[in-house]
Design a protein around this ligand. Structure first.
Ligand code: ZN
Length: 231
């Protein structure tokens, strides 16, 4: 029996990854992190999304197991990024956006592996992507491969870190959701997932909820319109 642990934040990418894992693996569990992010509203979306996925497909319902949420407030204490504080979202002198939280994905994946170890799951799935990403160095494939090696050495296990979105862009991520769960899954992603950095839910655009102007909203809106054009 193959088991997977999915890093599931409640955003578009991790929801698509969760559907991807449910399509492939017999046992799937989820992990989410509360680190004081401004867009922690996405954590509230998680149970609605999980229930939506279960209602969509009886096989997925049977496969989806326990959800784990970890309090990672320490990450917010260490970081002064625009995701955890009031800093403006802008490009910094080092070429990275101020939304970069140093070490975030390294910590997420290491903790996920520690949990997977305990739960007997050998595959860890994350939505990292270096195709149209924001330049975050911890989203690069090279980082993930190196971390996989370090984790397997340090825990004496053979985990595989899988990143189904690594080489596709946002338009293709919408198309992937369609291929996994048809129009129902696209609609669930559109209405229930949260991407906006500012944590704004209020306005509903054709691509979903969000402020519409932060980099995360722009990326999502742009990908959705290219996906619709190609349809
Ligand atoms: Zn936004």
């Amino acid at each position: 029996m193959t088991g997977a642990l999915v890093l599931f934040s409640g955003g578009q990418d991790s929801t698509t990854c969760l559907a991807w894992a449910l399509d492939r693996f017999e046992r799937v569990e989820t992990i989410g992190f509360d680190y004081g992010q401004r867009h922690r509203v996405e954590l509230d979306c998680r149970s609605r999304i999980a229930n939506g996925l279960k209602g969509m497909n009886p096989i997925w319902a049977a496969r989806l197991g326990q959800d784990h949420t970890l309090d990672l407030g320490v990450l917010g204490q260490m970081s002064d990024s625009a995701l955890t504080g009031d800093a403006a979202i802008e490009m910094q002198a080092n070429g990275l956006p101020s939304t970069f939280v140093p070490g975030r994905n390294l910590i997420f994946l290491t903790l996920a592996a520690a949990l997977a170890y305990r739960r007997g799951l050998e595959i860890i799935v994350g939505g990292m992507c270096e195709t149209d990403y924001s330049g975050y160095p911890d989203c690069r494939d090279q980082t993930i491969r190196a971390l996989e090696t370090a984790i397997n050495l340090g825990m004496d296990r053979r985990f595989t870190l899988q990143t189904p979105l690594m080489w596709i862009d946002k338009a293709t991520t919408w198309a992937l959701a369609e291929s996994l769960g048809g129009a129902d899954l696209v609609e669930l992603v559109r209405v229930e997932t949260h991407t906006c950095y500012l944590g704004e839910r209020g306005r509903q655009h054709d691509w979903g909820h969000g402020c519409g102007t932060c980099p995360a909203c722009e990326l999502r809106a742009n990908g959705y319109s290219r996906y619709r054009e190609a349809a």
